[in-house]
Design a protein around this ligand. Structure first.
Ligand code: AMP
Ligand code: MN
Ligand code: MN
Ligand code: MN
Length: 277
């Protein structure tokens, strides 16, 4: 049987639309044989996902996507093969949950100033026990007809510099990498082209990431074209990083992104799964 890896996706433990069980079942239906659930700043979906993976007969790689800051910019670092019980990592997720609640209060206050009340109650209800994210705010703005697409919610209210944007200092990038590696996991730079870095910034970031113990970079994600894959593969080679593949699946309503529907990793790139026992 050919292996099919998808090493980046979300459930209702953060801003995904499907429960951990439903994500695993859908991955299985889509032909994924090894799935990493990588919710934003939380491991709370992993137990349920593991049980579903046992039932479905697919391999679950315990993961997380940490929100980090480096040089005042936000970068997402995926941890693969982590031990969710590793105390520094567990403590970090508790702190990040508090930060996210405090940020949500500030976002809601800014929306209120724009005469959009009720956001905090709505996002708390929607997130439940999971992490509150800007996706929840986008869904709220959509449901109240303040915007007509999720993208518009980010463009008008939630994106950097927009009316309800709250600048946040996340976990220090180097520290976040150390929590992942300290727990026995592999740290992977998520969706490297989404940060819109110049080549020189990208090289500085990758040098710092590598120095901190980072070992992988997402060479293939849900929406990269072949030129973009080549570009990132070049960085992987230059910085001797393994390559990861992950859809960043959030919601089946997004027809452009599906679990396991990914281009193959270029053959010149060492796969990150060779580092995962
Ligand atoms: P947060 O981690 O709370 O800042 O929320 C970030 C999440 O918002 C990302 O993980 C994406 O799922 C989502 N997101 C960010 N930018 C956009 C965008 N332009 N359109 C739709 N979703 C976005
Ligand atoms: Mn997200
Ligand atoms: Mn991300
Ligand atoms: Mn993600």
């Amino acid at each position: 049987m050919t292996e099919n890896y998808d090493l980046h996706c979300h459930s209702t433990a953060s801003d995904g639309a499907l429960s951990p069980t439903a994500v695993v079942q859908r991955a299985h239906e889509c032909g994924v044989t090894s799935l990493a659930l990588t919710d934003h700043d939380t491991v709370s979906g992993l137990n349920e996902a593991q049980a579903a993976a046992d039932t479905a007969g697919i391999k679950l790689i315990p993961g997380i996507e940490l929100s980090t800051s480096w040089q005042n910019k936000c970068f997402h670092i995926v941890g693969l093969g982590i031990d969710p019980a590793y105390p520094p990592l567990a403590e970090a997720t508790r702190n990040l949950q508090t930060m996210r609640i405090e940020r949500a209060e500030k976002i809601a206050a800014k929306l209120e100033k724009k005469r959009i009340p009720g956001a905090l109650e709505a996002v708390k209800k929607a997130a439940g026990d999971g992490m509150i994210t800007r996706t929840h705010f986008a869904d709220f703005l959509l449901s109240q007809f303040h915007v007509s697409t999720q993208q518009e919610a980010f463009d008008r209210y939630l994106g950097a510099g927009k009316a309800a944007f709250v600048p946040t200092t996340w976990s220090d990038m180097e520290l976040a990498v150390s929590w992942i590696t300290g727990s026995g996991g592999v740290a992977v730079l998520a969706h490297p082209l989404r940060y819109k870095l110049t080549a020189s910034w990208m090289k500085r970031l990758l040098a710092a990431f590598k120095e901190a113990g980072g070992q992988g970079i997402e060479v293939v994600t849900g929406r990269y074209n072949s030129d973009e894959i080549k570009l990132v593969a070049g960085y992987a080679t230059r910085f001797e990083l393994t390559g990861s593949v992950g859809s960043d699946f959030h919601n089946p309503a997004n027809q452009w992104v599906e679990l396991g529907r990914l281009a193959p990793l270029p053959e010149s790139i060492k796969p990150v799964w060779e580092l995962l026992n």
